[in-house]
Design a protein around this ligand. Structure first.
Ligand code: GLC
Ligand code: CA
Length: 558
C-alpha cells in the first residue's frame, strides 16, 4: 500500500515565464501576466505551479544560467509581485515550486566574477578551476553538452574552468562545503518566503569524480558523462540538504535525472530513511522517436514508449513515486511527435489519457492543455535556444546540409515548446499587446485558450475533466498497474486496479482502424465508459474498432 502524501495527490502546471503571458506590455512574459492567469491555472484542476527559473539571468540558457539566486529577473518583475503571485496561488489552493539550478551558475554571478580574480580569492574554490595539460590543452577530454569542450581557458589565471553546459554556465564545486552552505541558504530563503518546494535541475550532475579523469571512451558530444552523472556523492549532498533544510519544512522536491534507470532513481526516491528526493524526472519515455537527444531522430515506435512507461510504472510501484510528463520546456510539442497534427484534437486527448491515469504526479506544460503544436521556423538564424544552435553546429560539421539541419531543428528544437502562449485569436495570440520577444505560432486564431474554455469537447476541458477525475478517484493515484498488448505498435492499453475497482485505458496511436477485444474478465459497457474522444461509442462483441487516435477509458467493478 502506498503511503499517502499531498505531493502524490497533486498535479502540477509548469510555467516557462518568458512565453507565458506579458502583463506590462513589453513583449516578454512576466509575473504580472502570471498573476492575471491564476484563476485560469486553478481552473485546470491542478494543485501547484512549477516555475522555470524566474531569477536574474543573462539568458544564455534562458534562466538556467543564474546570476542572482535571491531575486527576480527585472523582465519578470520583482520580489513584491512574486509574493503577490505566491499568495494568490496559495489562496487558490495552488502550491508553488521554484526551479533550483545549482549544478552551475551564470559566469556573471558575483561568485564566479570573484573566483576569476585570483587563486587566493575566497570564491576561487567555488568552481572547478584547474591547470591545463599544456598550452591549448584542457585538464581533461570532457565535452560540454552545449558547446564544444567542457573547459574554458582564462588567460590571467592561466587556468581553465569546467562547464558541463555552456561557457556561460560554469559548474559549481559542490565538494566545497561553503558552496553547499550557499545552496542551503538559497533553499531557506525561498522556503521561508512560503515557497512549497523545488524542481532540482540536473541534480544528478552535482558531484564530479575525484581527480576529474579523462574518459577512455569518446562519446559524441558527451565524453566524460560517466564522471559527473549519478556519483555516490550526489546522495550525500542531497541527504545533507534534506537534514539541514528540507526536513524543517512541509515541502517537496523533484529532481531531474537525465539517462536514468528506475533502479538508480530508487536510490534517491525510495521510501525509507535513505530517501533524499520525493520524485525523479526521467527521460526514458521521451526517446520513442529519437536516440538520447531529440536531434538524433528515428521514426516513432510505440513499443519503445510503452516499454519505458511500463518499466517505470512497475519498478517504482510501492517503492518510490513517479513524476509523469509528456512535455516541458526541453522537448518539442508531443502532438507533433507522438500524436498527429492532422488529428490534433483526438490525439491531444489520447496522449493526455496515456499518461494522466498512470501512477505518479502529473506535470502539464503551458500550452499542452490546449494542444499547441510545433512551430517550424524558416531559417536556422531564427532559433534562439543554445542547445539547438549547438546541435545544428555539430550536424553541420558532420557534413549535413543547411536544409537538412533546418529540418532537424524544426522537429527537434526546444524552441518548439518556447513560442508564446496562445491565449486568444486577438493580436499576438493575446500574449502581448506589443511585438513579442519570440514567435507566436500562426495557428493561434484556431488554437487558443479562449476558444476552448467553454467548449466541452476541447482538449482543455479534457485535461480539466481528467484531472478532476484523478482528484475524485483514488484508483488513479494509488491503484496498481497492468499493461495489455505490450507488443502492439498501434494500441497502448493499461489498467489500474484498486479496492475492487478497475480503470481500463485504451489509446490508439494510429489513424488506422484496429480491432480491440476486451481482456478476459472485462465487460465494456456504455455505463462504464468515463472518457472518450469520439461520440457514439459502440461496443460490438465486447470490443470495438478504433477510429483515428481513439481513446476510451472504462471504470467498473472488478
Ligand atoms: C535542465 C533544464 C534545461 C537546461 C539544463 C541546464 O536540463 O531543464 O532547460 O538547459 O538543465 O541547466
Ligand atoms: Ca512583460
Amino acid at each position: 500500500m502506498e503511503k499517502k502524501s499531498w505531493y502524490k495527490e497533486m498535479a502540477v502546471y509548469q510555467i516557462w515565464p518568458r512565453s507565458f503571458c506579458d502583463g506590462n506590455g513589453d513583449g516578454i512574459g512576466d509575473l504580472w501576466g502570471v498573476y492575471s492567469k491564476l484563476d485560469y491555472i486553478a481552473s485546470l484542476n491542478v494543485d501547484g505551479i512549477w516555475f522555470s527559473p524566474l531569477y536574474p539571468s543573462p539568458n544564455s540558457d534562458y534562466g538556467y544560467d543564474i546570476s542572482d539566486y535571491r531575486s527576480i529577473h527585472p523582465d519578470y518583475g520583482d520580489l513584491d509581485i512574486f509574493k503577490k503571485v505566491l499568495d494568490g496561488a496559495h489562496e487558490r489552493g495552488l502550491r508553488v515550486f521554484m526551479d533550483l539550478v545549482v549544478n552551475h551558475t551564470s559566469d556573471e554571478h558575483p561568485w564566479f566574477v570573484e573566483s576569476k580574480k585570483g587563486k587566493d580569492n575566497p570564491y576561487h574554490d567555488y568552481y572547478y578551476w584547474r591547470k591545463g595539460k599544456g598550452k591549448n590543452s584542457p585538464p581533461n577530454n570532457w565535452d560540454s553538452l552545449f558547446e564544444g569542450r567542457a573547459w574554458e581557458y582564462d588567460k590571467d589565471l592561466d587556468e581553465w574552468y569546467l562547464h558541463v553546459f555552456s561557457k556561460k554556465q560554469p559548474d559549481l564545486n559542490m565538494a566545497n562545503p561553503k558552496v553547499r552552505e550557499e545552496v542551503k541558504e538559497i533553499m531557506r530563503f525561498w522556503l521561508d518566503m512560503g515557497v512549497d518546494g523545488f524542481r532540482e535541475d540536473v541534480i544528478t550532475y552535482i558531484a564530479k569524480a575525484e581527480g576529474l579523469p579523462s574518459a577512455k571512451v569518446k562519446l559524441p558530444a558527451a565524453t566524460g558523462m560517466q564522471y559527473y552523472t549519478n556519483l555516490p556523492k550526489v546522495h550525500d549532498y542531497l541527504a545533507e540538504f534534506k537534514r539541514d533544510v528540507l526536513d524543517f519544512y512541509d515541502c517537496f522536491t523533484v529532481g531531474e535525472g537525465p539517462r536514468m534507470e528506475p533502479s538508480v532513481a530508487l536510490s534517491y526516491v525510495k521510501e525509507g530513511p535513505d530517501k533524499v528526493l520525493d520524485m525523479m524526472i526521467n527521460f526514458a519515455h521521451m526517446e520513442a522517436d529519437c536516440f538520447i537527444t531529440d536531434f538524433l531522430q528515428r521514426p516513432f515506435k510505440l513499443t519503445k514508449l510503452k516499454k519505458a512507461f511500463t518499466k517505470w510504472q512497475k519498478e517504482m510501484y510501492g517503492k518510490g513515486w513517479n513524476a509523469l510528463y509528456l512535455e516541458n520546456h526541453d522537448h518539442p510539442r508531443v502532438i507533433s511527435r507522438y500524436g498527429s497534427e492532422k488529428y490534433r484534437v483526438e490525439s491531444g486527448k489520447m496522449l493526455a489519457a496515456s499518461y494522466l491515469f498512470q501512477q505518479g504526479t502529473p506535470f502539464v506544460y503551458q500550452g499542452q492543455e490546449i494542444g499547441m503544436i510545433n512551430t517550424p521556423l524558416s531559417s536556422l538564424d531564427e532559433y534562439k535556444d543554445i542547445m539547438t544552435k549547438n546541435n545544428a553546429r555539430i550536424a553541420r560539421s558532420l557534413g549535413l546540409s543547411k536544409k537538412t539541419v533546418l529540418k532537424l531543428a524544426q522537429k527537434a528544437s526546444r524552441d518548439n515548446a518556447r513560442t508564446c502562449m496562445q491565449w486568444s485569436d486577438g493580436k499576438n495570440g493575446g500574449f502581448s499587446e506589443t511585438q513579442p520577444w519570440f514567435v507566436v505560432n500562426p495557428n493561434y486564431p484556431e488554437i487558443n485558450v479562449e476558444s476552448q474554455l467553454d467548449d466541452p469537447k476541447s482538449i482543455l476541458n479534457f485535461y480539466r475533466d481528467a484531472l478532476q477525475f484523478r482528484r475524485d478517484n483514488p484508483i488513479v493515484i494509488y491503484g496498481d498497474y497492468t499493461e495489455y498488448l505490450p507488443k502492439s505498435e498501434q494500441l497502448y492499453v493499461y489498467e489500474r486496479s484498486y479496492k475492487g475497482k478497475k480503470l481500463l485505458v485504451i489509446c490508439s496511436f494510429t489513424e488506422k482502424p484496429v480491432r480491440f477485444d476486451a481482456p478476459d474478465g472485462v465487460t465494456l459497457s456504455e455505463q462504464a465508459q468515463v472518457f472518450g474522444n469520439y461520440d457514439a461509442n459502440f461496443v460490438i462483441s465486447n470490443g470495438f474498432t478504433t477510429r483515428p487516435y481513439e481513446m476510451r477509458v472504462y471504470y467498473f467493478d472488478a
